[in-house]
Design a protein around this ligand. Structure first.
Ligand code: PMP
Length: 305
């Protein structure tokens, strides 16, 4: 994997090699960071990078920071501007993944959120596919449960919570699967290790509501809007039972990294016909045009670098 060229660090853009924190840093010890994941897509005809919905990503990022008692004199607009400045200095001419990370920066021992310094950094790296089988993923149901809102809130993208996602992902991959679906404490499908999920049942598109310990995904919101407006299909937010996956027509996962990943098997059972279905296929086509700045109707989601 290639390294970032630069980072926004301690208030300015520096070469990546200079963006270093001490080993006693609070967030490094206790997972007291919050992060985001944003993609910028290279449009080869226009020779331009387009950042996908950065204001929405930074709105969520600042909310995550708020959950962890962090104070920043920033707005979604100011954070987007820093990102554009960084990408211009970097000069990437390919798809990149942008990682904003806010963290408890004080160096020292003591578990708490208050009376600590907060800081944030942003860097970008070239990025292709996240789930390699993105048209025919085989997933399992994880034996791990999704973190509950009263443990570590999933709607805050909190660094420490991703130790749980890492347990989920590694156990799934070592067992030969591409990804895992995670159940809530109550036994409903919550999401993947780093993706929201959708099922097509009786022609309607169904996704768990934001109260099922999901991250409130920007891709999720985008796909819901595209499905309603462009495919004219009904989109319903409601809890999903595990056994519904065995009998649904289609299943797919969404995320900035995973984009729109079609799931065709769960625990060796075919989903629908066992191949990518029409809804996932059409949404993928739409989504990839939109993110690359090729669909004028959704140009307001693209910020040109
Ligand atoms: N759920 C989790 C746990 C995630 O980490 C992600 C990736 N950020 C998502 C869902 C998808 O969210 P988004 O579409 O905003 O990337």
């Amino acid at each position: 994997m290639s390294l970032p060229k630069h980072a926004y660090f301690q208030g300015k853009i520096v070469p990546y090699s200079e963006a270093k924190v001490g080993v006693a840093t609070h967030a490094f010890n206790y997972g007291t960071g919050v992060f985001g994941g944003v993609r910028a897509y290279w449009n080869d005809e226009k020779k331009r990078l387009f950042v996908f919905r950065p204001h929405d990503h930074y709105r969520r990022f600042l909310n995550s920071a708020r959950i962890m008692c962090m104070e920043f004199d920033q707005t979604p607009e100011s954070m987007t501007q820093i990102t554009l400045d960084l990408l211009r200095v970097d000069g990437w001419q390919e798809d990149v993944y942008i990682r904003p990370l806010a963290y408890k920066a004080t160096e020292g021992i003591g578990v708490r959120l208050h009376d600590l310094d907060d800081d944030f950094t942003i860097f970008a790296i070239p990025f292709g596919r996240y789930v390699s089988n993105d048209t025919n993923a085989h997933v399992t149901i994880s034996s791990w449960r999704r973190l509950d809102d009263n443990m570590i809130p999933a709607r805050g993208k909190i660094s420490g919570a991703y130790a749980s996602s890492a347990l989920i992902k590694t156990d799934a991959q070592r067992a030969g699967f591409d990804e895992a679906l995670v159940l809530t404490q109550g036994g409903h499908i919550s999401e993947g290790s780093a993706e929201n999920v959708f099922m097509v049942r009786n022609g309607a598109l169904i996704t768990p509501p934001v109260t099922e310990n999901i991250l409130e995904g920007i891709t999720r919101r985008s796909v819901m809007e595209l499905a309603r407006a462009e495919l004219g299909i009904e989109v319903i937010e409601r809890p999903i039972d595990r056994s519904e996956i065995y009998i649904c027509e289609e299943f797919f996962m969404t995320g900035t990294a995973a984009q729109v990943t079609a799931v065709t098997h769960v625990d060796h059972r075919p989903i629908g016909a066992g191949t990518m279905g029409p809804v996932a296929s059409k949404l993928r086509e739409l989504f990839y045009d939109v993110v690359r700045g090729k669909n004028p109707k959704y140009a307001h989601w693209n910020v040109e670098v």
